[in-house]
Design a binder for this molecule. Structure first.
Ligand SMILES: C/C=C/C(=O)SCCNC(=O)CCNC(=O)[C@H](O)C(C)(C)COP(=O)(O)OP(=O)(O)OC[C@H]1O[C@@H](n2cnc3c(N)ncnc32)[C@H](O)[C@@H]1OP(=O)(O)O
Length: 186
């Protein structure tokens, strides 16, 4: 896990903070750091709060990779992003997303994949957003986690399968090759 995404635990709640010091771009390094943070939360069996530092929740996928990256770079970034959304959708414990600013597509997908979302914009005080997220996480921590995981798997089964199939069939190395070919002919 790197500093791009940090994880800390307080009792039954694990908090993951996204922070690249700028617009919190979903680069491969960031996505890998987030996967690492979720690995730790899964080991700890914590209810997760996913939040970000700075004025933007996330600027989405790294546009530099789309503009200048290799086929392999594009493929790996897309795959890591889709795998992370899928992981949050099927995470065994509840995930609370606290969004303090703009969330561009890949960032928005992470927020939408959670179980409970809190958003704030403008002058809404950051500590109030954090308090709401903490309160929600503490309440969710009282759930029977096995029942929660089973209910979630049942309720989201179709969409989880759809995303799994999309990753396995469409987000392949060929995806990157096709994008590079399109870029060359544009
Ligand atoms: C299926 C999923 C698809 C996707 O996720 S595609 C990604 C789509 N995302 C976007 O179109 C967002 C593009 N970015 C922006 O519109 C703006 O930026 C923001 C609103 C996010 C932030 O604006 P501001 O507060 O004025 O800051 P700033 O100076 O524009 O950005 C700070 C630094 O962050 C870099 N950055 C922002 N977003 C991205 C990105 N998505 N990929 C790569 N870099 C990004 C900038 O370039 C800059 O960098 P430097 O300080 O070095 O000049």
């Amino acid at each position: 896990m790197t500093d791009l995404a940090t994880y800390f635990r307080s009792g039954p709640v694990g908090t993951i903070v996204i922070d690249d010091g700028k617009a919190n771009v979903m680069s491969l390094a960031m996505l890998n750091a987030l996967h690492g943070a979720f690995d730790q939360a899964e080991k700890d069996k914590t209810v997760v709060i996913l939040k970000a530092r700075g004025k933007h929740f996330s600027g989405g996928f790294d546009l530099n990779v789309f503009a200048k990256g290799s086929a392999e770079d594009q493929y790996l970034m897309l795959k890591a992003g889709a795998e992370l959304a899928l992981r949050i959708l099927s995470f065994p414990t509840p995930v609370v997303a606290a969004c303090q600013g703009n969330a561009y597509p890949m960032g928005a997908f992470l927020i939408m994949s959670g179980d409970h979302r809190i958003a704030a914009e403008g002058d809404y005080p950051a500590d109030a957003l954090e308090r709401s997220a903490e309160e929600a996480a503490q309440k969710l921590a009282t759930l029977n986690m096995a029942a929660h995981a089973a209910t979630k798997a049942r309720a989201r089964g179709a969409v989880i399968k759809m995303i799994r199939d999309m990753i396995d069939e469409d987000i392949t190395p060929q995806y990157g090759e096709d994008r590079i070919a399109r870029r060359a002919s544009a």
